[in-house]
Design a protein around this ligand. Structure first.
Ligand SMILES: *[C@@H]1O[C@H](CO)[C@@H](O)[C@H](O)[C@H]1NC(C)=O
Ligand SMILES: *[C@@H]1O[C@H](CO)[C@@H](O)[C@H](O)[C@H]1NC(C)=O
Ligand SMILES: *[C@@H]1O[C@H](CO)[C@@H](O)[C@H](O)[C@H]1NC(C)=O
Ligand SMILES: *[C@@H]1O[C@H](CO)[C@@H](O)[C@H](O)[C@H]1NC(C)=O
Ligand SMILES: *[C@@H]1O[C@H](CO)[C@@H](O)[C@H](O)[C@H]1NC(C)=O
Ligand SMILES: CC(=O)N[C@H]1CO[C@H](CO)[C@@H](O)[C@@H]1O
Length: 755
């Protein structure tokens, strides 16, 4: 988008300087090219915007636009009038016009919209959901719940979006279908496009149907709520019955992303509409990095959604494994990191010295011979672009008929590296990780026989190549293998905490399946075996987010009275912290993953359905929290959409929010926080605490026991954190607090960051 803008300006400058006679005709274009889409926040008019007629809302917002414009022009410039998500609008303005607006009464702030990016079968069973028993059946598969997905569009007619067995949408549903009348059904109950930058708009209504040209939105939608599809596979791998996590939930697509990314004004418009339409859960697999919540449109929109009882699940980002790389950090959002499942698409690199290294590929040719081939390292000549198999970098190397070892990285796509090898006459590729990605490998639809191996394996393979005058290797394809005991593992790309926007809230909240996820795909994925498929395997926190959106829909189905914070608490306090083998969850280095990687742990839907205790939060509880972040009254007011005076509110430190986890920034002064839990079990219950104190910290909990005699009773406890004398010098340390009854363990992770 920015690049396009720069390109337009550059070409205009060229045109103007080279052919002055054209100046007249390009003049208009030049003027409009200086218009940017601004998000403008204003204070609410008397009586609020919610009750206003659309025309009145439009004219109220238009009153902020330059008076010099004709009313027709003002109508044109107003891109979106927001009703629910924020007090504000999106409009096309020049920088001068935006500046001039600042003096208008009721103006709060304005900024040029940012462009956010996407965070790009077997998984229900991996999550303990089985078709004919337990929680899945009990939850009615999310029947009657509506999941709104904000993404790249959807593919109507795909078998995952069949409405077999689906009831009509609930009466409250007000959404629209912008496809041809027959494309929507009882599964896909709504589909709309919000794409201001892809085409001219009149009043913000785009003419394009919300078709998915990319694949991402079809994949995420079917992950959250795809219907059962038998015999789903990709290139013959992962063959089985595919289904979303909430296969009987309804879907509504809000297409807010296009080729250039996802524009803030469109995201806000999608959320605004989804709130009006009657969605129960919103799923956003996109983001734009950390920002204060008043400047983070997803956080702003999500607050309004949450206020209306809508659950919002978002991807954590793919910027890992470095610390502090999260998107979507607001405490009212469920922030979802990505982990592996126990299924691998096994392809082993088998060397001439008899050693073998396990790797992955989704493309598994049946006819690839197991005979040894000459093996070369692409970077053997010391050329860095050859080492990462950049396009054309191997054209002068002799790789004809050979198997080539390429390194990950250099900004070159993993599949593109294979194409480079193929173009240069190579017959196969071993793709080795860089050090940062460690043991996290991915199964890709490679264009030639290939395997992706760890950094450690790659280093050994390099040493082998160096040790002999005629190194050889081959790739042995072993197909789909299920039951990997170290799953779930946190994958390298999953963004890590701490949260910049609010370090006193531990993020991410949860991890879920996000690596090598099979789900619906619009176009046939082609490969050189000529296999066509309407499913694809891709990876990202984009893939883990809709798993959690589906889980939230199941919980909403089984507990219609639970607030978004209650559903979130249930998911977090019941999460698993061990893998299938009963060992601590590990990361890309095969080391125990820390809290900034896993948050509360790996989602366990059946346990989340019966959490014992809930840490609930009401919308108004966020006001003292936001004041405690030292936001101005106006900033807090624009998030919560009402007039707030922080000096009148009881401001609280971030860690005092009734959150189901603890993130404490600790100096020499002891700190005490309280939490209030609500009992959601049956009958009497006694809970005792179980504590693992973070190293270097003394933790005391009062009282030591809490008792309940009936459902929905509340109890408050306090926790005091004191730094002990001996300090290991670590930047942070972690532990956890469990409340344990005969039936439940309610777990809260603790992280203490040392000042
Ligand atoms: C998938 O499994 C089904 C049933 O087991 C079988 O009939 C079908 O041939 C398999 N498809 C592929 C592509 O392996
Ligand atoms: C590496 O190889 C590429 C492609 O052959 C070439 O363009 C580039 O100049 C080389 N770089 C160095 C440092 O030799
Ligand atoms: C290969 O061997 C040479 C000479 O023994 C050594 O300098 C070099 O570091 C080795 N390279 C690798 C990748 O092991
Ligand atoms: C807010 O300001 C107070 C007083 O200056 C300070 O103690 C506190 O740490 C600040 N909070 C945050 C989140 O920055
Ligand atoms: C703050 O409290 C004072 C005294 O109670 C009151 O007069 C004032 O209106 C309040 N301000 C806001 C913005 O609520
Ligand atoms: C990406 C890719 O290599 N696609 C190939 C899939 O197979 C067809 C038919 O053989 C080729 O034409 C494509 O190039």
């Amino acid at each position: 988008m920015l690049q396009t803008m720069v390109a337009i300006i550059v070409s205009l400058v060229l045109m103007l300087s080279l052919s002055p006679s054209m100046a007249v005709t390009v003049d208009e274009t030049e003027e409009s090219s200086l218009l940017s889409t601004y998000i403008v926040y204003v204070t609410k008019p008397e009586g609020g915007v919610n009750s206003m007629q659309s025309v009145d809302l439009d004219s109220f917002y238009q009153s902020f636009l330059p008076v010099s414009l004709s009313s027709a022009d003002r109508e044109q410039r107003l891109v979106y009038s927001y009703r629910n998500v924020v007090n504000g609008f999106a409009a096309k303005l020049t920088a001068e016009e935006a500046k001039a607006m600042e003096t208008k009464e009721g103006f709060v702030s304005a900024h040029v919209q940012k462009i956010l990016s996407l965070h790009t079968t077997h998984t229900p069973n991996f999550l303990g959901l089985h078709q004919n028993l337990g929680f899945w059946k009990q939850s009615n598969f999310g029947k009657g719940v509506i999941i709104g997905v904000l993404d790249t569009g959807i593919t109507p007619g795909h078998p995952s979006f069949s409405d077999a067995g689906m009831p009509p949408p609930p009466a409250k549903w007000k959404g629209k279908c912008e496809f041809d009348a027959t494309a929507c059904n009882n599964k896909l109950i709504g589909a709309r496009t919000f794409q201001t930058d892809s085409k001219p708009t009149s009043g913000g209504v785009a003419a394009d149907p919300p078709t998915d040209d990319e694949g991402h939105g079809t994949h995420t939608s079917s992950t959250a709520a795809g219907n059962f599809v038998e015999g789903a596979s990709v290139f013959g791998q992962a063959n089985g019955t595919a289904s979303g996590i909430a296969p009987l939930a309804h879907l509504a697509m809000y297409k807010v992303c296009g080729g250039a990314g996802c524009a803030e004004s469109d995201i806000l418009a999608g959320m605004d509409t989804a709130i009006d339409d009657g969605a129960d859960v919103l799923s956003l697999s996109l983001g734009g990095g950390s920002a204060p919540f008043y400047a983070d449109s997803i956080a702003m929109g999500a607050f309004s959604a949450t206020q209306k009882g809508i659950f919002v699940s978002c991807s954590a980002g793919n910027e890992g494994p470095s610390y502090g790389t999260l998107s979507n950090e607001a405490p009212w959002i469920l922030t979802v990191g990505a982990s592996t499942v126990d299924r691998i698409f096994l392809a082993s690199a088998q060397l001439g010295n008899g050693k073998g290294y396990e790797g992955e590929s989704i493309f598994q040719p049946k006819d690839f011979p197991s005979t040894q081939l000459p093996l070369v390292y692409s970077g053997a000549n010391g050329n860095e672009s050859a080492a990462v198999c950049a396009a054309g970098s191997l054209s002068s190397s002799d790789v004809q008929g050979k198997i080539v070892l390429c390194e990950r990285g250099g900004g070159i796509g993993r599949i593109d590296k294979g194409q480079t090898v193929k173009d240069a006459g190579g017959v196969a590729m071993i793709l080795m990780n860089d050090e940062l990605n460690g043991y996290s490998t991915l199964a890709d639809p490679h264009v030639l026989p290939a395997t992706h191996v760890s950094f450690a394996a790659g280093t050994s393979i390099k040493a082998y190549i160096n040790s002999t005058s005629s190194p050889t290797a081959t790739v042995v394809f072993r197909g789909t293998v299920i039951g990997k005991k170290s799953a779930p593992e946190v994958t390298s790309f999953s963004s890590r905490g701490p949260s910049f926007a609010s370090t006193g809230i531990l993020k991410p909240d949860i991890i879920g399946p996000g690596v090598n996820i099979l789900a619906a795909w619009p176009i046939s994925v082609e490969n050189n075996t000529n296999t066509k498929s309407t499913f694809n395997v891709i990876s990202g926190t984009s893939m883990s987010c809709p798993h959690l959106s589906g889980v939230a829909a199941l919980l909403k189905g089984s507990h219609p009275d639970w607030s978004p914070a209650a559903i979130k608490s249930a998911i977090m306090t019941s999460a698993d912290i061990v893998n299938l083998g009963g060992k601590p969850i590990i990361d890309q280095n095969l080391l125990p993953a820390d809290v900034f990687a896993v948050g509360s742990g790996h989602v366990n839907p059946s346990k989340a359905n019966d959490p014992g205790l809930i840490y609930d939060i009401q919308s108004d509880d966020y006001i003292p929290y936001l004041c405690g972040l030292n936001y101005t009254d106006q900033e807090v007011g624009s998030i919560v959409q009402r007039t707030v005076s922080c000096s009148n509110e009881s401001s609280i430190p971030e860690a005092q929010l009734n959150y189901p986890s603890f993130s404490i920034i600790l100096g020499s002064t002891p700190q005490t926080y309280t939490r209030t839990v609500t009992y959601v079990g049956q009958g009497n219950a006694i809970y005792n605490f179980e504590l693992v104190s973070p190293e270097g910290v003394d933790v005391t909990v009062k009282p030591e026991q809490i008792m309940f005699t009936g459902t929905n009773q509340k109890a408050t406890y306090s926790v005091t954190f004191t730094k002990t004398q001996k300090s290991s010098g670590a930047a942070f340390s972690q532990g956890y607090l469990n409340w344990v009854s005969g039936l439940h363990t309610v777990r809260s992770p603790i992280v203490v960051i040392f000042e």
